[in-house]
Design a protein around this ligand. Structure first.
Ligand code: NAP
Ligand code: GDD
Length: 368
C-alpha cells in the first residue's frame, strides 16, 4: 500500500518540490489549496492531473475544513508548510500571520486528534531559523536559545512549542525542522535572493535600470530548496520524533549575493558608500545588447529604507551537525555559488522568454 502524505502549503516553493520528491518515492500525495480570485498554481501545474496527486480546498484559518480533510485523506504523514511566510509582511499583517502560522499549527494537531489518528499519523512542522532572531550565539544549533525578532518569528515560536507540547503530552510523532533560508528558481519574487536574480536578469536585458534593496549587510545561510525537502522526509523517517537544524553551515551577506548574481548576468559590480548611501556601480559590462539602458559607471543598485524592517535578523548561520550525523544528510550538495548561478540562469531565460523573441536574443549573443 502506498503511503499517504498530506501537504499544507503545496502551492509554495517547498510544497512543490516536496510533492515531486514524495511522488518519486511512491507516495499518494494530497495538497491543500485555498480559493483565490486568480488561480496561481504555477509551481505545481506540471503535477496536476498526474495519478496519485490530489488537491483539496481548505484553509489554515478554518478548523472545520482541516478536520474534514484529515478525516477524508487519512494521512500517514502531514507536512505542515502553509504559512504567511514573508517576515516584512508580518509587520503589516501580524494578526493574520499569527492566525495562520501559530494557531494554524494547533488546528492541524487537533484535526489529527479529532480523527483519532494521533498514534499513526506523523507530523512535520516547518519551523525556521527566524526563531533565533536577535541571535544569542553563532552558529545556531538545536540547543541555541530562541529570541524571535518579528511577528512572523513569534508566531512560528508558538508553532514550535505546540508541536513539542503535543509530542510530550499525547506521545505524538510530531517534529520541527528548523530550516535556514533556502532558495530556488521557484522562490517567491519578493524574497531578497529572487528579487536580486530577477532584477539582474532584467537589467542585463534592458528592461530595468536600477534595483532597490534594504539591509545589504544582513548575513544568511542560504541553501537550495530542492536539497532541503529531502530532510523534511528524513525527519519523519527517523526512529524517534526529534527536531533538527537544517542549514549549509556557510554564511554570506546580501551584498555578496547581489555581486555574484550580477556577475552571472554579465555585470561586474563595485560598491561605494555606506548605509542608505551605499551604491552598486557597474565596474565592467560583459554584455552586448542594443536594448541595454546602462553603461559602465552607472548605479544599478541603491538602498531604499522602504525595505528596512522595524527589527531585522542579521546574523544567521546554522550548524547542521545533527542532521548530518543522524539523518545522513549532506548539507553541501549544492554550494552557494551553484545556487546563485542556477537562479540567475533560470531568470535570464524567463525574462527572455517573457519579453523577447528567444531566437533574436541568442543571435545577438547577450553574455560573452
Ligand atoms: P511560500 O512559498 O511562501 O509558500 C507558503 C504556502 O503556504 C503557499 O502554498 C500558500 O498558499 C500557503 N498558505 C498561506 N496561507 C495559507 C492559508 N491560510 N491556508 C492554506 N495555505 C496557506 O513558503 P516556502 O518558502 O515554500 O516555505 C514553506 C514553509 O517553510 C513556510 O511555513 C515557511 O514559513 C517555512 N520556512 C521557509 C524557509 C525558506 O527559506 N523558504 C525557511 C524556514 C522556514 P498560496 O499559494 O495560496 O499563497
Ligand atoms: N525581502 C527583502 N527585500 N529582504 C531584503 C531586501 C529586500 O529588498 N534588502 C535586504 N533584505 C534583507 C532582509 O532585511 C533580511 O535581513 C534578508 O535580506 C533576507 O530577507 P528575505 O529574503 O525576505 O528572507 P528572511 O530571511 O527574512 O525570511 C525567509 O527565511 C526565513 C528563514 O530564516 C523566509 O523564507 C521565512 O519564511 C523563513 O522562515
Amino acid at each position: 500500500m502506498a503511503k499517504i502524505a498530506l501537504i499544507t502549503g503545496v502551492t509554495g516553493q517547498d510544497g512543490s518540490y516536496l510533492s515531486e520528491f514524495l511522488l518519486g518515492k511512491g507516495y499518494e500525495v494530497h495538497g491543500i489549496i485555498r480559493r483565490s480570485s486568480v488561480d496561481y498554481r504555477e509551481r505545481i501545474a506540471h503535477l496536476e492531473g498526474t495519478p496519485h496527486f490530489h488537491l483539496h480546498y481548505a484553509d489554515m484559518s478554518d478548523s472545520m475544513s482541516l478536520v474534514k480533510l484529515v478525516g477524508k485523506v487519512q494521512p500517514d504523514e502531514i507536512y505542515n508548510l502553509a504559512a504567511q511566510s514573508h517576515v516584512q509582511v508580518s509587520f503589516d499583517a501580524p494578526e493574520f500571520t499569527a492566525d495562520v502560522d501559530a494557531v494554524g499549527v494547533l488546528r492541524i494537531l487537533e484535526a489529527v486528534r479529532t480523527n483519532h489518528l494521533e498514534k499513526t499519523c506523523k507530523i512535520y512542522q516547518a519551523s525556521t531559523s527566524e526563531l533565533y532572531g536577535k541571535v544569542e550565539e553563532v552558529p545556531q544549533s538545536e540547543t541555541t536559545p530562541f529570541h524571535p525578532y518579528s511577528p512572523y518569528a513569534v508566531a512560528k515560536l508558538y508553532g514550535y512549542w505546540i508541536i513539542k507540547e503535543y509530542r510530550e503530552a499525547y506521545d505524538m510523532f510530531c517534529c520541527s525542522g528548523i530550516l535556514f533560508n533556502h532558495e530556488s528558481e521557484r522562490r517567491g519574487e519578493t524574497f531578497v535572493t529572487r528579487k536580486i536574480t530577477l532584477a539582474a536578469a532584467r537589467i542585463a536585458q534592458g528592461l530595468q535600470e536600477c534595483l532597490y534593496l534594504g539591509n545589504l549587510d544582513s548575513l544568511r545561510d542560504w541553501g537550495y530548496a530542492k536539497d532541503y525537502v529531502e530532510c523534511m522526509w528524513l525527519i519523519l523517517q527517523h526512529p524517534t520524533p526529534e527536531d533538527f537544524v537544517i542549514a549549509t553551515g556557510v554564511q554570506h551577506t546580501v551584498r555578496e549575493f547581489a555581486t555574484l548574481a550580477f556577475h552571472h548576468a554579465g555585470i561586474e559590480l563595485r560598491w561605494e558608500g555606506k548605509g542608505v548611501d551605499e551604491k552598486g556601480i557597474v565596474e565592467e559590462l560583459r554584455i552586448k545588447n542594443e536594448k541595454l539602458k546602462i553603461k559602465e559607471g552607472d548605479v544599478v543598485v541603491r538602498v531604499s529604507p522602504d525595505f528596512y524592517r522595524p527589527t531585522d535578523v542579521v546574523n544567521l548561520l546554522g550548524d547542521p551537525s545533527k542532521a548530518k550525523r543522524e539523518l545522513g544528510w549532506n548539507p553541501q550538495s549544492t554550494s552557494f555559488e551553484e545556487l546563485v548561478e542556477l537562479m540567475v540562469k533560470h531568470d535570464m531565460q524567463k525574462v527572455t522568454r517573457e519579453h523577447f523573441n528567444a531566437a533574436e536574443y541568442l543571435e545577438k549573443g547577450i553574455v560573452k
